[in-house]
Ligand binder design. Structure first.
Ligand SMILES: Cc1cc2nc3c(=O)[nH]c(=O)nc-3n(C[C@H](O)[C@H](O)[C@H](O)COP(=O)(O)OP(=O)(O)OC[C@H]3O[C@@H](n4cnc5c(N)ncnc54)[C@H](O)[C@@H]3O)c2cc1C
Length: 422
């Protein structure tokens, strides 16, 4: 049975990841009528597949005001939700493995100082005391005790359930095919189940935002990279802090296991749009060349046959309900071996589950948050470039404010969606 959609609302949110759900959450707080449409299921894509790190540490300085706010919002959200989402302020630690790490982290600490963050360099002895048994060679670590973690598989779905319980219409299996305009202004959306009239739309479509924006005539250079993750069988507690190193990054899970992955290791699917938008990514590609794998596969052919569509016909959004890329098992075998070698507490663990997620990367690796030029009433919150789980609540809050004509307290100049055109 197709859902009975409301005919009218104030704001439609496209996308039920952390950005979209948080936008709806804060619109509801403002008592603004809102409808959320998700083509698959709430948090089916990146927002349930990520590592669960909620960190200020190592962030691009432009993101620091938003992430500082976001940590406060996550704490509030975790307190309000009736379900446990594994919210833990356990800290984040990056091992210093060479002089280049030391130089990079020391330089970043200058930015942290401007915001009086508690980030600091730890000596070798302090690092060993924080992470008992650590066998990975290191020269100390960068540590932020006030950083946190939560369970991606439960956090955003729990927010979605609470929204519904509060009377917000949240539709799953409801792809938005297009955004209607009248006189250059948003007038509604066309979904696979019918039209909803509205004054504003927030596009929080993750890896799909580029496609929707292109369909609406706005070019956003967004590359998709596939990143693989695994969870282990339960193991003794090593430390509350999450730990990042070149070979493996680990996070303690609420189920007693660990989420393991390797930072920066990813696969880029070669599709026509990636080739079209390759130029602004050249500096990132040069930096990460050794950690990236490239593949031409099914997505390339799918994209070639991706015809322009309108509201009447099936769109690419409903053809792939949930983007579920295959994990890189060879990489994950190496990651598991590295974890066993670095942490004696993990010597016996096995891989309990493996998955991958498609990350929406922008050339400067910070998101696009703001009004879309030329389409009054359309706000975008996307391109979180692999670290949007942490910043999601604050991104949703400012998107809610922008969609209702309010001025966010945080300066969003660095996140302008049209910055790549200039
Ligand atoms: C492996 C991995 C590890 C990561 N680790 C971390 C981490 O530790 N910390 C951190 O902060 N971040 C991390 N991230 C990044 C983080 O997960 C993302 O930045 C964040 O979840 C993005 O949220 P989103 O709401 O923008 O997108 P998504 O969660 O991808 O949600 C977008 C949603 O929009 C829906 N959608 C798209 N188009 C339409 C349409 N036309 N109609 C209806 N619905 C539509 C999609 O189905 C999807 O559910 C990681 C990501 C991955 C993949």
């Amino acid at each position: 049975m197709p859902p009975a959609l409301p005919k009218e609302t104030e704001v439609v949110v496209i996308g039920g990841g952390v950005a979209g759900v948080s936008t709806a959450w804060y619109l509801a707080r403002l008592e603004v009528p809102v409808v959320l449409c998700e083509k698959g299921r709430i948090a089916g894509e990146q927002s349930s597949r990520n590592w669960g790190w909620i960190r200020k540490q190592g962030r691009n300085p432009a993101e620091l005001p938003l992430i500082i706010q976001s940590l406060r919002l996550w704490a509030e959200i975790a307190g309000e939700l009736p379900e446990d989402i594994g919210w833990t302020v356990g800290g984040v630690t990056y091992l210093v493995e060479n002089d280049a790490d030391a130089a990079r982290y020391t330089a970043w600490l200058e930015h942290a100082k401007a915001y009086q963050l508690d980030s600091r360099m730890l000596s070798v002895a302090e690092t060993d005391a924080l992470i008992p048994g650590l066998r990975a060679p290191h020269q100390g670590a960068l540590h932020t005790a006030s950083d946190a973690r939560a369970e991606p598989a439960s956090a955003v779905p729990a927010m979605g359930r609470m929204l519904r319980a509060g009377g917000v219409p949240v539709f799953e299996n409801c792809a938005v095919r297009s955004v209607e305009r009248a006189g250059g202004r948003v007038s509604g959306v066309v979904t696979e189940h019918g039209r909803i009239g509205c004054r504003a739309v927030v596009l929080a479509g993750g890896a799909w935002s580029r496609l929707m924006l292109e369909h609406l005539g706005f070019a956003l250079p967004q590359l998709q990279v596939i990143s693989s993750v695994q969870r282990t069988t339960p193991a003794p507690l090593i430390a509350e802090t999450t730990v990042g190193s070149a070979a493996v990054s680990i996070r303690r899970r609420a189920d007693g296991g660990y989420t393991l992955a390797k930072s920066g290791a990813a696969r880029a699917e070669i599709v026509p749009a990636n080739l079209r938008h390759a130029r602004p990514f050249l500096p990132v590609l040069k930096r990460d060349w050794q950690k990236l794998k490239f593949r031409i596969g099914r997505p390339f052919l799918d994209a070639l046959f991706e015809k322009s569509w309108d509201g009447e016909r099936e769109s690419p959004f409903e053809r792939t309900r949930v983007l579920d890329p295959s994990p890189d098992h060879r990489l994950l075998d190496q990651v598991l071996a590295a974890a066993r070698a670095a942490f004696p507490q993990l010597a016996e663990v096995r891989s309990a589950e493996r998955w991958a997620g498609a990350i929406d990367v922008l050339p400067d690796e910070i998101p696009a948050i703001g009004p879309v030029p030329g389409i009054d009433g359309l706000v975008v919150a996307t391109g979180f470039s692999g670290h949007g789980f942490g910043i999601g609540p604050a991104a949703g809050k400012v998107a809610a404010e922008l969609a209702t004509g309010r001025t966010p307290a945080v300066d969003l100049a660095a996140f302008r969606p049209d910055r790549f055109a200039r």
